[in-house]
Design a protein around this ligand. Structure first.
Ligand SMILES: [Ca+2]
Ligand SMILES: [Ca+2]
Length: 170
């Protein structure tokens, strides 16, 4: 499926679709099924934000316009970059205090500031009902975490952070 180069009013697709939006400003509703939207430009050209249930994908180079996507499960970029925008939408439902928890977890476990997509992914898992402890466990199976701990020669988990977690959730 291809959107018009001038941009379109509204597309709504009720099956599993792989959609190629055009150059203008498009509004696209994936409808039912599992939907992918493909952009030809590399991911570095895009800014992705959330407005309500929709994801706004802006091509800062101007080539692909600014598109409003609803019910899309995967966005693919020309450089092979891909992500699930439903994380972004869900992440916006998380309250500020729990975002702070996530940021602290990044600092404690990975010793770095979180990347935007990583935070949105884990924020969406919190909204899904995953606990901070479960997320902490998931952090440990990531190669980056193991490397960070080997590099700094620390014990397996920062003790102070474990205590913080224990007091936070019953
Ligand atoms: Ca669909
Ligand atoms: Ca477009």
């Amino acid at each position: 499926m291809t959107g018009s180069s001038a941009g379109v009013g509204l597309f709504r697709f009720e099956w599993n679709d792989n959609l190629r939006v055009g150059g203008g400003n498009d509004t696209l509703d994936g409808g039912a099924g599992s939907d992918e939207v493909t952009y030809l430009q590399a991911s570095k050209h895009f800014t992705v934000s959330v407005a309500g249930e929709s994801v706004i994908v802006q091509d800062r180079s101007g080539v692909e316009g600014t598109d409003t996507l609803l019910s899309v499960n995967q966005i693919l970029f020309g450089d092979g970059g891909a992500f699930d925008p439903t994380w972004l939408v869900k992440a916006t439902q998380l309250d500020q205090a729990r975002f702070v928890d996530l940021f602290e977890m990044y600092a404690a476990y990975l010793n770095r500031a979180p990347d935007a997509l990583g935070v949105d992914y884990w924020a969406s898992r919190l909204v899904d009902g995953m606990t901070l402890q479960q997320i902490a466990k998931s952090f440990f199976v990531q190669p980056e975490t193991m490397e960070a701990y080997l590099f700094h020669g620390r014990e397996w988990a920062p003790l102070s952070f474990d205590i913080a977690l224990d007091t936070r959730e019953p």
